[in-house]
Write a protein that binds this ligand. Structure first.
Ligand code: ATP
Ligand code: MG
Length: 421
């Protein structure tokens, strides 16, 4: 029979890979707590309408990337979440999270997008999302970018640059839209199918095109900056001065529009040149209209999400891999009384918080010692009938040369605990 493979674009994370994931997750947990962001968890499955209303009908995600299906039991259309902001805002409205004022929250987990799998692009991938709900900015927007800079530093990552832009208000985008449509119409023979279709439905999306053949058209497009109103410009300048005061380097990229419709004012991406085409490791912005758009009371807010797979690839590329954890001790045992005692000893080691592997599956001392060595454990605890009778264990260092010594369990625990033995 053919073995069953995982779904294309969906990855297993194997035991040798989890240490770097856990290092990353722990670093992120500490970092979020240092900035006062509280964790929340939302379902991976939501009503399809949530994403259509928030991300926007004429976007890559909603048009072609969502895993959408009909619930066979009640005919409801459901979607595996392609991102977390919509669910987070849905939950904030549903549970009245802003009742006592603004809040800083975060979440992490798998997201699903039906894209063409390639380096740095998967169909199930993982994000950490950070959202500040009920804040007007731009101070909080600056906080988010300063947080980013600190996280890269804690992860030992350089070579990530910050690009920022402002999308202005709805009114300024409407003014710009008219100019952009006129421009795109004048170059309509150079547009690809997607862009031609979006010319009238969602022209700003054309600027987010990933098609290399479209890049000239995008580069020469009129600039949104010329249509911005005074308030947006002032907020954008304030944001820049906060970033400069915090020594966070940035570049203004007037073409940056982001692939989701809910953004306004400040948007940004953290980009590396070390990962090839999929160089955006983190992205975000302000979404003041989103609460209302999905049926809540109006509330200003902003946030960002980072892609774990891309950041982990960057860590590997930068030689930032933590070492694999090894057990403290591997317990080998043969003989009926010895085995009974070995189970006890292993539990006593664990009482002392020593990482202990108890040999299972029988076999000679010789074959068990091979396993002990292969496990990477620092010590073997050897228990034969002799040791069992005296309630002793023989401890043998496996990583340095040293005598095998017969000890009480307490003495053995002390010896194993010392880190450099
Ligand atoms: P891209 O332009 O690369 O398609 P995006 O604008 O669609 O990214 P966002 O929706 O802003 O991405 O998601 C935030 C981050 O999540 C991205 O910067 C990226 O690091 C990560 N990400 C998005 N889609 C994928 C994917 N299919 N596979 C792996 N990571 C992804
Ligand atoms: Mg995308």
């Amino acid at each position: 029979m053919q073995p069953i493979q995982a779904v294309r674009g969906m990855n297993d994370v194997l035991p040798d890979q989890t240490p770097v994931w856990e290092f990353f997750e722990q670093t992120v947990r500490d970092w979020l707590s240092d900035y006062g962001y509280r964790n929340m968890r939302m379902p991976v499955l939501e009503k399809t309408d949530l994403f259509v209303r928030s991300i926007g009908e004429v976007t890559d995600i909603v048009e072609k990337e969502m895993y959408t299906f009909i619930d066979q039991l009640n005919g409801e259309s459901l979607t595996l979440r392609p991102e977390g902001t919509a669910s987070c805002v849905r939950a904030a409205i549903q549970h009245n999270l802003l009742y006592n004022g603004p809040c800083r929250v975060s979440y992490s987990g798998p997201m699903f997008r039906h894209e063409r799998p390639q380096k740095g692009r998967f169909r199930q991938f993982h994000q950490v999302g950070v959202e500040a709900l009920g804040f007007r900015g731009p101070d909080i927007d600056a906080e988010h970018m300063i947080m980013g800079a600190r996280l890269w530093q804690r992860l030992g990552l350089s070579d990530i640059t910050l690009e920022i832009n402002t999308l202005g208000s709805d009114e300024s985008r409407a003014r710009y839209r008219a100019r952009l449509v006129a421009y795109l119409e004048s170059r309509s023979d150079e547009l690809d199918d997607d862009s031609r279709r979006r010319l009238h439905t969602n022209p700003l999306r054309v600027l987010d095109s990933k098609n290399p053949a479209m890049q000239d058209v995008v580069r020469e497009a009129p600039r949104l900056a010329d249509d911005l109103d005074a308030e947006s410009l002032e907020a954008f300048e304030h944001l820049q001065s906060l970033l400069s005061a915090a020594d966070v380097q940035f570049e203004i990229n007037p073409r940056l529009v982001r692939g989701l419709d809910y953004y306004n004012d400040a948007v940004y991406e953290w980009i590396t040149t070390r990962l090839g085409a999929q160089g955006t490791v983190c992205a975000g912005g302000r979404y003041d209209g989103l609460f209302e758009q999905i049926g809540g009371k109006p509330a200003t807010a902003c946030g960002f999400a980072m892609g774990l797979e891309r950041l982990l690839a960057l860590m590997a590329d930068s030689g930032q891999a933590p070492s694999l954890p090894v057990p403290d001790v591997y317990v080998v045992h043969a003989g009926e009384a010895a085995s009974r005692f070995a189970w006890k000893v292993a539990e006593m080691f664990r009482d002392a918080r020593l990482a202990t592997i108890l040999h299972c599956g029988g076999g000679s001392f010789k074959s068990q010692m091979k396993r002990a060595d292969g496990s990477g454990a620092r010590f073997a605890a050897i228990i034969g009938d002799d040791e069992a009778q005296g309630e002793l264990v023989s401890i043998k260092p496996l990583r340095v040369t040293g005598e095998q010594r017969k000890l009480t369990v307490e003495q053995a625990t002390e010896m194993i605990r010392k880190p450099c033995q």
